[in-house]
Every structure is written in structure tokens, then in C-alpha cells.
Design a protein around this ligand. Structure first.
Ligand SMILES: [Zn+2]
Length: 345
């Protein structure tokens, strides 16, 4: 029985019990709306005998529903007798943000994915990050954190892999991403986001990946890629039988964002008419779209160009933009070999 207590979180959960178990970590918080309120962060374990433990999370950003749907489906579908080892699933990790359908916490404005490793716990969102680091990562042999574009962006269906100093952890994380078998693998420099979940997992020597699966309106293909991807990871780890997963292995396009991404920023507020779709390959200088001033109807439209060549990986989903909105992100392709020979240069 794990008995965890911190200034914000208490959790009594028997992670060693065989079978499928439902429980919660309780986030205790008081504000002007209530003298004291408890938010139950749901935890599900599906365990059978000895074997590896995988940590699966969604709702790190509360308005990204794809991962939450994928884990809810998985929890319903998988029976303990089909498991060898342990699945620990938290489908609504930042539960207050999930309840509010917001990216960040309504309690303290915290962006959970910028709170790790929460060496100092200043608020409830830090408290969740610290609980993950102290109570969940020590149990895990591998992990996947499911993200999507949320309310404002849409991504290609991709795994998201952070580089890290530990070559063995990076290789195992790479293998998780490859096993997931999404159409794209988006690789970034983990040193660029030291307060993220993935680098915190890597620092704890846990092979770990995340995903970006669609965004905006729920896309059935994104859900299917994510659901099959998580099952592929479970099979890769030996937690479910390979006969339980679809075996067709698609071509993965590798995206190298370790040094740079090509971002098309909106220079002023207005209505942006995008001209390029997700997944398209573009040239440097190619027209991305045109931006119309919201108020000055007589102002000529501003043509926005892609600064770099690459694959269009993410797109702002609304025509409404303000100064600084990232309308498009492009990333250059690379070979699988490029990531396995030189992590740092
Ligand atoms: Zn996210």
C-alpha cells in the first residue's frame, strides 16, 4: 500500500494488488469558492503477476481530450488476465484543469507540464508534479504522456520524444516511440524544456515519450492512432501479447526539431486565411496564408511566408489570430539514423 502525504496531495492506493483497481490521489485545496475542497485525481491499476510497469497519463493539459478518451477506452478494454505486469493509468492527471476544460489549472494558473520536477512545491499544480516524481515514476519501467493540440492548435498524429543525457534512457525512449508507430516521430532537445514531464522521467531513468494527437475537434483517426499506439507500446514491453495488437507497421516520418522549428507568427491581430494543410511539405518563402486586419477593411492583406522548408506539423485552428500567434509550425525531416548516432550535436 502506497501512503503518500504532501502539503497538497494524499494518496492511499495499493499499487501491488492484482486485478483492476480504481482509486484516486486527493488534491486538497481551499480558495474563495470553498473553505476546503478535495479534487480526486483518478488512478487505475491493471495488474497481473510479475512484469514491467508502464505509467500512462493524459489530461496533463486539461483541455486535451484525445488522450483522456484513449486511456478511458483502454481501461475499459483491458482485463487483468490479458496483462503480464502492471499498467498504471491516470487519465485526468491535472484533474482541476480537466474539470474546468482548460489547459492550465484554474486553482493557481499552473501549467503542469512546466512544473516538473517541482523541487519546491509552491501550489497545487506543483503538488501534482511532485506526486508524480515521488510516488509514480519510482514504480515505472516506462511511460507515455498523451497530449494533443487542445482548443487552439491541431498537430499531425505524432509521438514526441525529448533527447536526454543518458544514452541508454534515450535509446529505450526512442524504441518506445518507434513501437508506438504513429505516422510521425517529433524529436526535440530535452534540455530546452527542463520543467516538462518527459525530462523529469528521463532524469529518474524512466524511458518516456509523449504524443501530440490532433487537436481542435475530436478526430477519429487521431484516437485510433493513439489507441493502437498505446497498445503497441504495451506489447513492446511484454505487458500484453503481440497477438493483441495490429501488426501492420507503417512508415514513420522522422521530424528533427532538436535545433529549430520553423514558426510562422502573426504580425498583427486579424483574420488569417491559411493556405496549407497539416502534413504538407513546404519550401522556405512559400506562402502560408494571408492575414486581414480585423478593423481596417481597406488595408491590403499581409502575406505570411514559411521561414523554413519542412513538414507542416502544427497549425492554429482558428482564423482569429493576435500579434504573436503561431499560425504554423514546420519541422525538417531526418533519418532514423540521425537520432541514434548523435544525440547532442
Ligand atoms: Zn498538452
Amino acid at each position: 500500500m502506497t501512503q503518500y502525504r504532501s502539503s497538497f496531495i494524499s494518496c492511499d492506493f495499493d499499487f501491488d494488488a492484482n486485478g483492476k483497481h480504481y482509486g484516486a490521489a486527493h488534491l486538497d485545496y481551499s480558495n474563495d469558492e470553498g473553505a476546503s475542497r478535495v479534487f480526486p485525481i483518478p488512478i487505475v491499476s491493471i495488474t497481473n503477476g510479475d512484469g514491467p510497469t508502464v505509467l500512462l497519463t493524459a489530461g496533463n493539459h486539461g483541455n486535451e481530450d484525445e488522450g483522456q478518451l484513449i486511456l478511458r477506452r483502454l481501461i475499459a478494454d483491458i482485463s487483468p488476465e490479458n496483462v503480464q505486469g502492471r499498467i498504471i493509468a491516470l487519465p485526468a492527471l491535472n484533474y482541476p484543469a480537466v474539470r474546468a476544460n482548460t489547459r492550465t489549472s484554474p486553482l493557481d494558473g499552473g501549467n503542469l507540464n512546466r512544473c516538473f520536477p517541482a523541487s519546491t512545491v509552491a501550489g497545487p499544480t506543483d503538488g501534482i508534479a511532485r506526486f508524480v516524481v515521488d510516488a509514480l515514476l519510482p514504480l515505472a519501467d516506462a511511460g507515455v504522456d498523451l497530449h494533443a493540440g487542445g482548443a487552439s492548435a491541431k498537430y499531425v498524429n505524432t509521438t514526441f520524444l525529448c533527447t536526454c543525457e543518458d544514452a541508454a534512457v534515450f535509446r529505450k525512449s526512442f524504441d518506445l516511440a518507434k513501437a508506438f508507430n504513429a505516422p510521425y516521430m517529433y524529436v526535440v532537445d530535452g534540455r530546452g524544456s527542463p520543467t516538462g514531464f518527459d525530462p523529469a522521467a528521463h532524469a529518474a531513468a524512466v524511458p518516456f515519450i509523449s504524443t501530440e494527437l490532433g487537436g481542435g475537434w475530436i478526430d477519429r483517426e487521431a484516437l485510433e492512432v493513439g489507441y493502437q499506439g498505446v497498445r503497441n507500446v504495451l506489447a513492446h514491453l511484454g505487458i500484453i501479447a503481440t497477438s493483441e495488437v495490429r501488426t501492420e507497421s507503417g512508415q514513420i516520418t522522422y521530424l528533427d526539431a532538436r535545433k529549430s522549428e520553423g514558426v510562422v507568427y502573426a504580425p498583427h491581430e486579424g483574420l488569417f486565411e491559411s493556405r496549407i494543410d497539416l502534413g504538407e511539405e513546404v519550401e522556405a518563402g512559400q506562402t502560408a496564408g494571408v492575414l486581414y486586419s480585423l478593423d481596417e477593411v481597406d488595408r491590403p492583406p499581409t502575406v505570411l511566408n514559411f521561414p523554413d522548408a519542412g513538414i507542416v506539423c502544427a497549425k492554429h485552428i482558428s482564423a482569429r489570430v493576435v500579434s504573436g500567434t503561431r499560425t504554423y509550425i514546420t519541422v525538417k525531416t531526418a533519418t532514423e539514423h540521425a537520432f541514434l548516432t548523435s544525440v547532442d550535436d
